[in-house]
Design a protein around this ligand. Structure first.
Ligand code: SAH
Ligand code: SF4
Ligand code: F3S
Length: 484
């Protein structure tokens, strides 16, 4: 601790403060490194480890661009890297523990190579982990958070020029930074891109750390988003995924109730081949969004709609602003407007106070909705959130038993959903060579299902018709239509 330089430490209380009257000032920024950083970076190897959701993946791409601009080269091998960055996730306890495990494992090689280690992302916005890192991993040179990644060059230079760990974590975002380079630079895929539309979250679901780690909800200007999509399309991108913790509340900070539908329509009109978005909040949806989805072929017929629980009592304690009946109504409306839609969801098992009866309601709502897939999570108490202070009497055995029962049901539904695809023809955007078998190329169909075909690298970046031959729980096997 005595060696660290603490410019600013995180405060959950400060992060929770919201001023609903203020729309953050928009700031255009061309971010260029100093000569000092360029000479430091030349030919050095960097490695970025990213945990968590797509918001972190996108942030890592921006940081990746900053590092590439220093003349650095990327490596996958942590033990060989001169610069290692961990972009962390705080959503569940195991995500956090994973970070400590990784840091422990790399310590010897970091000390041997005199590598520079930086940690950023959601875990850094929390109070205790930052203290823990300073106490146990003093070889880390720089800690920063989610609200100051645009200041990365300045932070890096200060860290390099001094001794000890440099810590600068801002609990509040101060402006909405529009980087001049929003095209293909720094992006991990040349075909498919994440495009931020909102940052942060104002929902404060009682279990969730995100409103504290990502700050208040703020929306990018529509013209900036559309320009980014256009630029991606002009650079050969085939797909964009619009990102936000709650995409359908886009523009609500500017009091525009229909902004998400308007935005979606404008993005569709760019003519880019494929548009997806994640994650919508069930009760913020309006029929207009479904109408736009139905009207444009380039908006993919798939939706990830987090349900969390099927019990009204639990939904209320989670501070979710919908009931079971309302959730079901939204699903029904969606299926009426877009009959071929594939629907996936998130569910939390064993929220504090969940009874067997509540859990049965979750099982029955899952059956009623006939999801095509679902992510299931055991409730993980996050320090500082209201749910972490709620009484929890359910035994660990009971929790795991519920988790297994739900997982069983969800897997059955996924298998059934995959099976009904056998014999159909889908369109697949091919994105990567299969990790398990180099002769297989993988991509996603319109519904977001993973599809593998035999083929070579020429397929990458192409959208092809595929006949589905075989199904597994999480993927499909097919062959390119018209080929032997
Ligand atoms: N903004 C998105 C994503 C949030 S995080 C949304 O609202 O859907 C992704 C999922 O993680 C959530 O949907 C929820 O199911 C799960 N999750 C969040 N906090 C959790 C916690 N404390 N314990 C277990 N699961 C959690
Ligand atoms: Fe977390 Fe709820 Fe916001 Fe999703 S909507 S990020 S679950 S607070
Ligand atoms: Fe994790 Fe932060 Fe995303 S907590 S899920 S990386 S917003």
């Amino acid at each position: 601790m005595k060696n660290s330089r603490l410019v600013s430490l995180p405060s959950l209380r400060e992060a929770a403060r919201r001023n609903p009257d203020t729309v953050l000032p928009r700031e255009r920024a061309e971010i260029r490194p100093t000569a000092f950083l360029v000479s430091w970076g030349q030919e050095k190897l960097f490695c970025i480890r990213t945990y968590g959701c797509q918001a972190n993946v996108r942030d890592s791409e921006i940081l990746r661009l900053f590092l590439l601009q220093l003349g650095m080269k990327e490596t996958e091998d942590v033990s060989n890297a001169d610069f290692i960055l961990f972009n962390t996730c705080a959503i569940r306890e195991n995500a956090e523990n994973h970070l400590y495990g990784e840091l422990g494992r790399i310590k010897a090689s970091v000390l041997k190579n005199k590598a520079f280690v930086a940690v950023c992302g959601c875990v850094m916005q929390e109070e205790k982990p930052v203290q823990y890192l300073l106490e146990h991993f003093s070889f880390v040179s720089l800690l920063f958070g989610t609200n100051n990644i645009e200041r990365f060059y300045d932070l890096l230079e200060r860290a390099l020029k001094g001794r000890g760990t440099y810590v600068d974590i801002q609990s509040q975002p101060s402006s909405l930074v529009e980087l001049s380079s929003r095209g293909k630079e720094g992006r991990l895929s040349p075909y498919s891109a994440f495009v931020d539309i909102t940052y942060g979250c104002d929902n404060f679901c009682t279990y969730c750390i995100v409103p504290y780690t990502r700050g208040r909800e703020r929306s990018r200007a529509m013209e900036d988003i559309v320009a980014e999509v256009q630029c991606l399309k002009d650079n050969g991108y085939r797909q964009v995924t619009l990102l936000g913790q709650n995409v359908d509340s886009y523009g609500l900070d500017k009091d525009n109730k229909h902004a998400f539908a308007e935005l979606l329509e404008k993005v569709a009109k760019t003519g880019i081949d494929r548009i997806r978005f994640t994650t919508p909040y069930p009760s913020d949806f309006n029929a207009q969004v479904f109408d736009v989805m139905a009207k444009y072929d380039n908006i993919m017929p798939s939706l990830h709609l987090p349900m969390q629980s099927g019990s009204d009592a639990i939904l209320k304690r989670m501070n979710r602003r919908y009931t079971r009946a309302e959730f079901l109504d939204i699903v029904k409306l969606l299926r009426t407007k877009i009959p071929d839609v594939f629907l996936t969801t998130d569910i939390i098992v064993a929220f504090p106070g969940e009874t067997e009866e509540d859990f049965q309601k979750t099982l029955s709502l899952v059956k009623e909705c006939q999801f095509d897939g679902a992510f299931t999570f055991l409730f993980s108490p996050r320090p500082g959130t209201p749910a972490s202070r709620m009484e929890d009497k359910t035994s660990a055995k009971e929790k795991h038993d519920r988790f297994d029962r739900l997982k069983n049901l969800v897997d059955k539904l996924s298998t059934k959903s995959a099976r009904k695809m056998v014999g159909t023809r889908v369109k697949v955007l091919f994105e990567e060579v299969s990790k398990k078998d180099e002769s297989m190329i993988s991509g996603y169909d319109e519904h977001g299902k993973l599809v593998h075909v035999k083929g070579d690298k020429d397929l990458l970046g192409r959208i092809e018709e595929v006949d589905i031959l075989e199904s597994h729980t999480y993927s499909l096997i097919g062959k390119i239509h018209g080929q032997g």
